[in-house]
Design a protein around this ligand. Structure first.
Ligand code: AP5
Length: 213
């Protein structure tokens, strides 16, 4: 089954996507991760997007649609999890066309509902393992041994350049202006499911599992 995880920055999309990869053999397609990889690789495209991302603005539709197109041509295993894509109506239309052209369908759109105060706390406390991408938080999810990743044993913990309050405010503005209209769009298409993203991580996980089952 192919699904979209929809929600503002810090809603928990990446955290939940990683569980689905482990338990259902799904493939996480995070446009944020793909853009960060491009940024780190120093390509022309990477240089172009670095500043946009640091500000908290959206990268152009053409770039992200191109990134997703490449991935859809590969093996879909247990299904794709679109994490952070689509973020505009143009991206949603492009996804529909791409899926139709590769003979795939969209099973569900899961909106993770959260409030703004929680997001500031989540984003400013977040860090990830630079080796395997496992997501941690200063208050709610620390590794068993400080500084050592529970998943891969790596010690290369990283914080994102856009995980500060000023960028977060801009990312939220972009979400409300350009991404939140997708909630109505998928509701009208009867594909929308809502989960309480404020619940603890395991509860959110159970709610998402219930939608998929
Ligand atoms: P992207 O990387 O997609 O970031 P985002 O959407 O802002 O989402 P985040 O990764 O910040 O949050 P998340 O929902 O994954 O939360 P997480 O699970 O980590 O995009 C970054 C930038 O790239 C954009 O601003 C834009 O510039 C560009 N971009 C990307 N895609 C694009 C597109 N399609 N079009 C145009 N531009 C694009 O959780 C956050 C923290 O909370 C963690 O520390 C976690 O441990 C904790 N946490 C998670 N769940 C819970 C819970 N239930 N309870 C308590 N704590 C929790």
């Amino acid at each position: 089954m192919n699904i979209i995880l929809l929600g503002p920055p810090g809603a928990g999309k990446g955290t939940q996507a990683r569980y689905l990869v482990e338990t259902r053999d799904m493939i996480q397609l995070s446009t944020g991760d793909m853009l960060r990889e491009a940024k780190d690789s120093g390509t022309e495209m990477g240089k172009k997007v670095a500043e946009v991302m640091a500000r908290g603005d959206l990268v152009t539709d053409d770039i992200v649609i191109g990134l997703i197109r490449e991935k859809l041509e590969g093996d879909s295993k247990g299904g794709f999890i679109f994490d952070g894509f689509p973020r505009t109506l143009a991206q949603a239309d492009a996804l529909e066309e791409l899926m139709a052209s590769t003979g795939q369908t969209l099973g569900a759109v899961i909106e993770m509902q959260v409030d703004e105060d929680a997001l500031v706390e989540r984003i400013t406390g977040r860090y990830t393992c630079g080796d395997c991408g496992e997501v941690y938080h200063d208050a709610t999810k620390r590794p068993a041994v400080e500084g050592v990743c529970d998943k891969c044993g790596g010690t290369n913990m990283k914080r994102r350049a856009d995980d500060n309050e000023a960028s977060l405010r801009q990312r939220l503005m972009e979400y409300y202006k350009k991404t939140s209209p997708l909630i109505g769009y998928y509701y009208a298409k009867r594909q929308l499911h809502r989960v309480d993203g404020l619940a603890d991580i395991d509860k959110v996980r159970a709610e998402i599992e219930a939608v998929l089952d």
